[in-house]
Design a protein around this ligand. Structure first.
Ligand SMILES: *Cc1c(COP(=O)(O)O)cnc(C)c1O
Length: 335
């Protein structure tokens, strides 16, 4: 695999576990359900960004960077993992966070503070629109900043998911497993683009199904087009001839609900169900919504009984603590 030759800075624990979801499978009586635990990547409570950062920060170190700049929402898991990785590597970290500083920090934001990051609040700008100004300022202060794009979804970030599919392939060989579908939360596109490319490079015939969790901003490149372009640029970067068109992209836009980070009944049900049937923590923004989508697809019998569906858990549980009120957790049924 060409990704084997890319520089990679060790930041997490790989391979992440692969586990059967026995009680959940029983509950739906349908296809066999399995989970890939990227919530257990090990870097500061884990998540899919750890994979991306292993490739991206190796590039930053090679470029002689002393400062990392990235952006996200106030409860960004990407920013929390970037902050932790920067601390590990002794790099200064600047986070460009959307919205306004809350009265009290909780969840991921509390952890960002703990890692000693410099936080820049940007009001309505959620996706790093203010990064160029901050980079100019850091340069004028004599620093050598390196920008990690929103969500870590650069070509290198996406290529980390080619490596992730190879990791899964090795586990499948070892345990004699195969999957017909991989379902996951898709938001800045790196995970999705990398899995599409990885599937093709490994010549697998499973369906890569991203559940879109974000409406996007008006004026932005449509998300599907963004994923395809990122997959194509990532392929080109490693000298692969593979190119993708819309027919090959499976992006489900049916579960965006109230928009980014807005918890509705479907997310609440999914989070409670996984906690109560499997003891697994999903998150309110990404995996709760993706699992809600998967549950709906199971109820609508979109899979056949012989399918083997892998839910790729991308992390995010630290945000649960920032959603204590909106989660409004139900009491168990009376005894
Ligand atoms: C960032 C993130 C995603 C989405 O991954 P992308 O590569 O940005 O599409 C999914 N789940 C969690 C928990 C995340 O933090």
């Amino acid at each position: 695999m060409p990704t084997d030759h890319l520089p990679r800075q060790c930041l997490g624990f790989f391979p992440t576990p692969l586990m059967p979801l026995r009680r959940l499978t029983e509950q739906f009586g349908g296809p066999q359900l399995t989970i890939k635990r990227d919530d257990q990547t090990g870097l500061a409570l884990g998540g899919n960004k750890t994979r991306k950062l292993e490739f991206i920060l190796a590039d930053a170190l090679a470029a002689g960077a002393d400062t990392i700049v990235t952006a996200g929402a106030a409860q960004s898991n990407h920013c929390r993992q970037t902050a932790a990785a920067a601390a590990t590597l002794g790099l200064e970290c600047h986070l460009v966070l959307g919205g306004h500083e809350p009265a009290a920090a909780s969840g991921n934001l509390l952890l960002d503070q703990l890692f000693g990051t410099h936080i820049h609040w940007t009001g309505a700008h959620r996706k790093g629109e203010d990064i160029p100004d901050i980079v100019d300022y850091l340069k004028s202060a004599g620093k050598n900043p390196y920008v990690v794009p929103y969500g870590g979804s650069s070509e290198l970030g996406a290529l980390s998911f080619v490596a992730a599919l190879k990791e899964l392939d090795s586990q499948c060989r070892e345990y004699h497993l195969s999957f017909s579908h991989i379902v996951f939360a898709s938001s800045s596109g790196g995970t999705h683009a990398g899995m599409m490319l990885g599937k093709k490079m490994l010549a697998q015939d499973c369906e890569i199904l991203g559940i879109n969790i974000d409406k996007g901003e008006s004026g932005e490149t449509p998300f599907a087009q963004h994923i395809l372009e990122l997959a194509n640029r990532s392929a080109a970067l490693i000298g692969s001839d593979f190119r993708f068109d819309e027919k090959e992209l499976n992006l489900n836009d049916d579960y965006i609900g109230g928009g980014y980070g807005v918890v509705g009944d479907a997310e609440r049900e999914a989070i409670e169900l996984l906690a109560r049937t499997e003891g697994i923590l999903l998150d309110p923004v990404y995996t709760g919504r993706a699992m809600a989508g998967l549950i709906d697809l199971l109820r609508r019998k979109k899979f056949s009984d012989t399918d083997r569906v892998l839910f790729w858990h991308t992390g995010g549980a630290p945000a649960l603590f920032a959603y204590a009120e909106t989660l409004n957790i139900s009491a168990p049924p009376p005894i």
